[in-house]
Design a binder for this molecule. Structure first.
Ligand SMILES: [Fe+2]
Ligand SMILES: [Fe+2]
Length: 200
């Protein structure tokens, strides 16, 4: 995977994302690759035939298109794979990886379903909280506005992640991570209100 990682770093690491900071796309893609492999190795998927090579390469490049054309990032990612990975993969594998990148939001096979769920997991949890607040700060919002906007956004989008996930293992991990969001936001609002617990 070293040669792939070098290409991924070159394409994504130097870029800044307002929703996640320096190199966010690269670090997100690398986490999604690890999460995808963890899902592939889970009890739920035991015995299923999974192309681990296509899965890991596609997961590592699934959002590379964000740095090229944010609005059509799936198509831009597919084109990037076909262009930049052609010398490292045989024609069949290249086509498979390109399809997985293209369809990571709209899965067509087991490997794309796994990347889809790994992607959802990575939006949630401590890394997700970092991402939201980075975005809010980048928009020059105050902490109070950020807390309010987070609550609105959470309702319409974030809390649906468990529902959108395909595998039970992913749903459970997302629910666990969203529990952290709940307790973090409870504490955040408490601190913003200047409350003190006198029973400690
Ligand atoms: Fe994406
Ligand atoms: Fe992603």
């Amino acid at each position: 995977m070293k040669a792939f990682d070098e290409i991924a770093r070159r394409a994504m690491l130097g870029k800044f994302r307002k929703d996640g900071g320096a190199g966010y796309t690269y670090y997100h893609c690398r986490r999604v690759m690890r999460l995808a492999l963890a899902l592939a190795g889970s009890d739920e998927l035991r015995g299923r035939e999974i192309d681990l090579k296509a899965l890991s390469v596609a997961a590592l490049f699934h959002d590379v298109g964000r740095e090229i054309d944010d609005d059509r990032h799936c198509e831009a990612g597919r084109d990037f794979v076909l262009r930049e990975l052609a010398s490292l993969l045989d024609a069949d594998m290249l086509e498979r990886v390109a399809t997985l990148v293209l369809r990571h939001n709209d899965p067509v096979n087991l490997e794309s379903e796994i990347i889809h769920d790994a992607d959802l997991i990575d939006h949630c949890g401590a890394a997700g909280i970092w991402r939201y607040f980075h975005l809010f700060a980048h928009r020059r919002e105050s902490a109070d506005e950020a807390a309010r906007n987070y609550d609105e956004k959470k309702g319409e989008w974030l809390m649906k992640h468990a529902e959108w996930a395909i595998f039970q293992t992913a749903k459970r991990e997302i629910e666990r991570r969203l529990g952290l969001h709940e307790s973090f936001m409870r504490e955040f609002r408490r601190e913003l209100d200047g409350r003190i617990d006198q029973n400690l």
